[in-house]
Design a protein around this ligand. Structure first.
Ligand code: ZN
Ligand code: ZN
Length: 162
């Protein structure tokens, strides 16, 4: 269900512990096992604990169309962190909801990521053009470099011959 990209992102966030993952079961004092999707289970008593991501996800599941402000006030998770969860595409805003993410380029409402489809295409095209230009520059550099090396070689040979 979760893509490997999401799993990687999760591990990174887990490492930085930005989602305030629970560590041990406070009752049994044993390490919790990760269940996926921000949920942790105590191997001894079976109690489920959630990190910030798990709490936000649960709230969003039950309240489709909730705004970031609303989620933040209920779960106690910082708005910037919730936005980050959405931006990282780990959570997607439900269709027809009061969408709260804006395209970074044009400000149009989007459901996940950073750009709307149009701007993503424009950005991709611009990147392609830039890559192409860099490639041409690299090639020019290479040719200039070769030319220089040949001249130096020439000069050296001429010098040796004398
Ligand atoms: Zn326990
Ligand atoms: Zn846009």
């Amino acid at each position: 269900m979760r893509s490997s990209k999401n799993a990687q992102m999760y591990l990174k966030n887990k490492f930085e512990n930005i989602y305030h993952a629970p560590d041990r079961c406070p009752d049994c004092e044993v390490m919790l096992e990760y269940n996926g999707l921000g949920e942790y289970k105590c191997p001894k008593c079976g109690k489920i604990y959630k990190d910030d991501f798990g709490r936000v996800r649960e709230y969003l599941d039950e309240h489709r169309g909730a705004t970031v402000t609303e989620i933040a006030s209920v779960t106690g998770v910082q708005e910037t962190l919730i936005t980050r969860m959405l931006r990282d595409e780990r959570l997607e805003v439900a269709e027809g909801s009061k969408t709260f993410l804006a395209c970074e380029a044009c400000g149009k409402p989007i459901r996940s990521g950073y750009y709307c489809d149009e701007c993503a295409q424009i950005a991709a095209a611009a990147k392609k053009k830039r890559d192409k230009e860099n490639e041409i520059l690299d090639r020019k550099d290479l040719i200039r470099g070769l030319g220089k090396a040949m001249n130096e070689d020439d000069g050296k040979k001429r010098f040796e011959r004398r």
